[in-house]
Design a protein around this ligand. Structure first.
Ligand code: G3P
Ligand code: CA
Length: 321
């Protein structure tokens, strides 16, 4: 595969409702190397692609009278969340829902048309497209809320490993990265299957939720020190940092000089895949003057190994130029 890798963030989510087969398919047409499903689970144990288990913002569930009584308030990762949740629906019920665009300033014309895909359907798509295009299309699944799902008796890791084995993703060179913001589930996966793993790194003062549960005070900032990176390298192959850990910004969105994170990660053998690259002015620092290409160029020149992008066509164009 070419480098830096282009990872279609929730599919080509700048153009289609996120986490739909149609969004992943468009991303592949646009040149993405990997498609990224965030994973949650149904009541009957099927892995599906949604950014969070609260499916209110990205499906039409709130408009469906037959499910009105399932609206509920829950504590998820220490936050009170109200809505409808994947783990309260069977896969058959989830399949009756239709996806909708989350962001009001993006294209709403596809709302109501597409289903929520299963991981099985996404793996099938990736393998079909690999055959059709002659390009290896990788998948980059993220385990969402792994400690929470473990706590309710629906752990993500066992069904994930089972389906990956079924589809032949079982080696360190499989076209696959498994990512998580938590640590414990990556360490568990490292014992279960020999595939590439990615430690996601959030904002510097935040904590992985499994560390919160263990009363461990370390933050993502602590994980980015040379000592923290060495610890990550013991179980993972790459880090997935917020791009702000590479090029910090002031509170009024002025860019600051780059950190040494890329070089220090490379020194301990970790690849660096940064998130999230988006076209819209509200996501772009003013220095880029409304030209998202400039942001990709800067990160590519700094030596990043991959980018998560909502607009894989733009990332592809910059890489190929
Ligand atoms: O997984 C990398 C990036 O997707 C992390 O952000 O919140 O979009 O899953 P999120
Ligand atoms: Ca993600």
């Amino acid at each position: 595969m070419r480098s830096p890798l282009i990872i279609a963030h929730r599919g080509a989510s700048g153009y289609r409702p996120e986490h739909t087969l149609e969004s992943y398919e468009l991303a592949i047409e646009m040149g993405a190397d990997f498609i990224e499903p965030d994973l949650v689970i149904s009541r009957d144990g099927h892995l599906i692609a949604r950014h969070e288990n609260n499916i209110t913002e990205t499906t039409d569930v709130a408009e469906r009278a037959e499910f009105a009584a399932r609206k509920i308030c829950k504590l998820i990762d220490n936050k009170t969340v109200t809505g409808w949740f994947s783990e309260d629906f069977t896969l058959a019920e989830l399949k009756t829902l239709r996806a909708k665009e989350r962001l009001p300033f993006r294209n709403q014309t596809y709302n109501g048309q597409f289903q929520t895909p299963t991981l099985r359907e996404i793996l099938t798509l990736a393998q079909q497209k690999t055959q059709e295009t002659g390009r290896e299309i990788g998948i980059y699944p993220e385990t969402k809320h792994p400690s929470y799902f473990q706590s309710i008796g629906l752990p993500l890791e066992e069904p994930l490993v089972k389906i990956l084995q079924e589809f032949g993703y079982t080696s360190s060179v499989s076209p696959l990265f498994i990512q998580s913001f938590e640590i414990a589930n990556l360490k568990k996966l490292n014992q279960m299957i020999d595939v590439p793993l990615v430690q996601l790194l959030g904002e510097e003062n935040q904590q992985p939720y499994d560390l919160v549960l263990q009363a461990d005070k370390r933050t993502y900032q602590d994980l980015t020190t040379p000592a923290g990176l060495s610890q990550i390298a013991a179980y993972a192959d790459a880090i997935g940092p917020s791009k702000r850990l590479i090029i910090p910004q002031t509170e009024d969105s002025q860019l600051l000089p780059p950190t040494l994170l890329i070089q220090e990660a490379h020194q301990v053998g970790l690849k660096v895949h940064a998130w999230t690259f988006r076209n819209e002015a509200c996501f772009l620092a003013s220095e880029y003057q409304n030209q998202p290409e400039r942001e990709y160029k800067q990160f590519f020149q700094l030596g990043v190994d991959g980018v998560f992008s909502d607009f894989p066509d733009v990332a592809f164009k910059v890489r190929e130029s």
